[in-house]
Write a protein that binds this ligand. Structure first.
Ligand code: HEC
Length: 135
């Protein structure tokens, strides 16, 4: 593929991480914590009110990340298929899109470099290592 096209597709971004598998706990979890956890954690009580995960989707455990929520009950991550993985799709939509995550103005967007990393992690089989997260 011509270099210009490769650059436009963001191929260069993931090159540095090309050798070795992506480590979920070290490289991906911090990204999800930063941009997604405040709305997608296990149900908890906050100031006397029950706060439920938005869209029924939790991202704070390996099982929950794979399982999906209300609209995508078939799963948010399909191992080996980044294009079918809503976890990645929603964060790569333009901010103005109503399905974009985090919703417009409601949190830190995931950088292109970190999106590339998540793509590589999904392509590599979406493995969590020993990390299980919150039961
Ligand atoms: C400020 C709150 C907020 C943040 C931060 C947020 N989300 Fe969401 N998310 C929502 C809401 C609200 C919905 C439900 C949307 C709906 O039902 O129309 C949702 C739904 C989703 C869904 C669809 C769930 C399903 O299966 O039906 C996915 C996937 C998702 N979010 C991923 C993410 C990811 C990945 C991040 C971090 C990059 C993130 N969200 C950050 C509020 C948030």
């Amino acid at each position: 593929m011509p270099l210009v096209v490769a650059a436009a597709l963001g191929c260069g971004v993931s090159l540095s991480a090309q050798d070795g598998a992506v480590d979920f706990e070290k490289q991906i979890l911090p990204v999800l914590k930063e941009s997604c956890f405040k709305c997608h954690e296990k149900e908890k009580e906050e100031n006397g009110r029950i706060k439920k995960p938005k869209g029924g989707l939790r991202l704070d455990s390996a099982a929950a990340i794979m399982k999906g929520g209300k609209e995508y009950p078939d799963g948010n991550v399909v191992a080996g298929k980044p294009d079918d993985s809503w976890l990645l799709k929603t964060m790569s939509l333009p901010e103005s899109d109503e399905m974009a995550m985090p919703p417009e103005g409601k949190g830190d967007r995931v950088s292109a470099a970190n999106q590339a990393l998540i793509k590589k992690w999904i392509e590599g089989g979406a493995k969590f290592g020993s990390w299980k997260g919150v039961e």
